[in-house]
Design a protein around this ligand. Structure first.
Ligand code: ATP
Length: 323
């Protein structure tokens, strides 16, 4: 019988994490459980910093970006000793199950805890969208819209000055945000970690854009691509005479995830939070709660471990037709 659950957020913060915390707490309370919030991700488990978190405490947080529980990257949790300490603290507080809201690394950590015998359920939350087990993860939609707004604005200034611009977007080793913001923003070229880029070919495409009468050229570069903003800028600077133009670059960095979550992320996070509580109620542990089509599903961690989400080749092809 479940009586007490705890929830934490881990890894990079993602807009919508607060809506997921709120949903886990309120759905848990609706089951008659006591709910606890853990401070600063896995570090808080090791330090034993967890407090009761009730329905009222999670009021007024849904529209805020970031995470009210705090997050951390915690190397100690990667050790058995660190996780033993975490389990001891969880047991001391009488916690029956833990909800881990986070990305790839956080779910690997959650799985490591589960394999040591502690009941865990994960919620797919990262702006990178690199998690197998969910079509889309919490934070992606908001981060995409922020990237898109930046691209739209740069296009205006690029057109006024007949310049080429590189916009570097986040996503670690996954090109999802670059690909989708490039598609939605009508970029002339996109560099991705998943696809090799020939900078000479890219330069030809930019020339072609000008020849077709475009007043601007926007390249969206993924931070994890071989030709990210700095490599591309360097390449164009070194070959300026030959290539015939210079290029300006803008790196969005953390700006991309600081925004208030949009409706899509709030709804997704609320649904995934509910899905996590339902999984705990069924005593279905060692699973990630994610979105498949329009359904909330669970996928066992063992089916996710070590897998990498791939980009849809049809979307890549489409961006090449539309640029
Ligand atoms: P994002 O990609 O959105 O930044 P993430 O969850 O992938 O989020 P990471 O920094 O990769 O972020 O992981 C968060 C934390 O998860 C790590 O700091 C570490 O404490 C824990 N963790 C990661 N991998 C493992 C592992 N193999 N075993 C135990 N813990 C892990």
């Amino acid at each position: 019988m479940i009586q007490r659950i705890a929830v934490l957020t881990s890894g990079g913060d993602a807009p919508g994490m607060n809506a997921a915390i709120r949903s886990v707490v309120r759905c848990g309370v609706a089951k008659g459980w006591k709910t606890f919030g853990v401070r600063n991700g896995f570090q808080g488990l090791i330090n034993g910093t967890m407090e009761p978190l009730g329905t009222r405490e999670v009021g007024g947080i849904m529209h805020r970006g970031g995470t009210v529980l705090g997050s951390a990257r915690c190397d100690e949790f990667k050790t058995i000793e660190g996780r033993e300490l975490a389990i001891r603290n969880l047991n001391q507080r009488g916690i029956d199950a833990l909800v881990v809201i986070g990305g790839n690394g956080s779910q690997a950590g959650a799985n490591a805890l589960y394999e040591m015998g502690f009941p865990v359920v994960g919620i797919a939350s990262t702006i990178d969208n690199d998690l197998v087990g969910s079509d889309i993860t919490i934070g992606v939609d908001t981060a995409l819209n922020i990237a898109l707004e930046a691209i739209d604005r740069l296009k205006v200034t690029a057109s006024s000055h007949q310049r080429a611009f590189i916009v570097e977007v986040m996503g670690r080793n996954c090109g999802y945000i670059a690909l989708m913001s490039g598609l939605a923003g009508g970029a002339e070229a996109i560099t991705l970690p998943e696809v090799e880029t020939d900078p000479e070919q890219l330069a030809k495409e930019l020339h072609k854009a000008y020849e077709q009468g475009k007043a601007h050229a926007i390249i969206v570069a993924a931070e994890g691509a071989e030709y990210n903003a700095s490599r591309l800028t360097e390449y164009f600077a070194e070959n300026r005479e030959r290539l015939g133009f210079s290029i300006r670059s803008t790196t969005l960095g953390h700006v991309q995830r600081g925004g208030a979550p949009g409706a899509y992320d709030r709804i997704l996070a609320s649904r995934l939070g509910h899905g996590a509580v339902e999984a705990i109620d069924r005593e279905e542990f060692g699973v990630l709660v994610g979105l498949n089509g329009n359904n909330i599903i669970t996928t066992p961690y063992k089916m996710i471990a070590g897998k990498v989400k791939t980009l849809d080749p049809k979307v890549i092809e489409l961006t090449q037709i539309l640029d």
